[in-house]
Design a protein around this ligand. Structure first.
Ligand SMILES: C[S@@+](CC[C@H](N)C(=O)[O-])C[C@H]1O[C@@H](n2cnc3c(N)ncnc32)[C@H](O)[C@@H]1O
Length: 277
């Protein structure tokens, strides 16, 4: 058997073992990037072959947890892709303002920067007090960080330019307090945010959302899983609600493409134009 075939077989065995033992189904993650993450974990371990990881993953829950953490890429930023937030202010906020109560879902929120960016934007637009934000991820460690909303000061200093380019209306520091090393997001920003574990592979939809953001998550999924997640979003949105994807993601060629109209091309903001049946 060639090396690449052996590697494929080892990955299949690993995927089955994880699913059977822990219920996490990674079969529909993009294969190349999944394999890269596994090899990256292997390099940091005492093992040489992918299949050697399987017994310890099966018998040692803590080992599996660290494996899981290594699988999930939680890279994010405050006001990541500032032009996206600018488009949200221009295209989506006027629509949200017409509702007495607004529901927003951040799927794959990682360590929470995207969620606090939205909370700040809603506050500056005067509609935070009538918004409820659901922020979900399947990575509990990332969710713990998100709940705390504490970030290294050097990171926040770097990302201040994002806030300004995104059309921030105040001084960024009005939204947090800091000591020498860390920035803590203002408590009032957390008031209407619910952080929860939710797995896009297995869990159900959230109802009656006005806006859903799932940015830089679908790139890790294959076509089948992308369509599963997108169906969840489609079912969770109200008629005329908005769906936002990452810059490298698209609805084109997916099962729900026809249910949506593209509102902002580069920013990947879509509006649902199909009534729920
Ligand atoms: C690169 S981060 C994106 C963070 C943020 N949305 C952004 O664009 O900056 C991808 C996140 O997707 C989460 N993720 C991956 N697979 C998931 C799944 N099946 N269910 C829920 N979240 C998932 C990861 O844990 C990670 O936190």
């Amino acid at each position: 058997m060639e090396n690449s075939e052996t590697e494929k077989l080892e990955i299949d065995l690993l995927l089955n073992a994880i699913e059977k033992c822990y219920g996490y189904d990674f079969h529909h993650y993009a294969r190349d990037s999944f394999t890269r993450r596994v090899k990256n974990f292997l390099q940091k371990s005492n093992y040489h072959q992918i299949s050697e990881l399987i017994p310890q993953i099966l018998h040692d829950k803590d080992y599996f947890k660290s494996f899981l953490l290594n699988l999930s890429v939680t890279v994010t930023e405050l006001f990541r892709d500032p032009f996206f937030y600018k488009a949200i202010r221009k295209e989506v906020i006027p629509y949200l303002k017409t509702y007495p109560f607004i529901k927003i879902w951040h799927a794959g929120c990682a360590t929470g920067e995207e969620v606090y960016s939205m909370a700040i934007l809603l506050k500056e637009e005067g509609i935070y007090h009538r918004s409820q934000i659901y922020a979900t991820d399947f990575n509990d460690l990332a969710l713990d960080k998100a709940k705390k909303g504490i970030y290294p000061i050097e990171q926040v200093m770097k990302e201040t330019v994002n806030y300004q380019e995104a059309g921030g209306k105040k001084s960024f520091s009005d939204h947090y307090h800091s000591d020498n090393h860390y920035v803590i997001m203002n408590r009032e920003l957390k008031k209407n945010i619910t952080f929860a574990n939710h797995n896009l592979v297995t869990d159900a939809c959230f109802g009656e959302m006005h806006l859903i953001l799932c940015r830089n998550v679908l790139i890790y999924f294959d076509e089948i899983l992308q369509n599963r997640a997108l169906k969840l979003f489609d079912e969770s949105l109200i008629y005329k609600g908005y769906l936002c994807l990452g810059t490298k993601e698209t609805l084109m060629f997916t099962n729900i493409n026809e249910h949506f109209e593209r509102i902002a091309h580069q920013e990947k903001i879509y509006q649902k134009i199909m009534v729920n049946y």
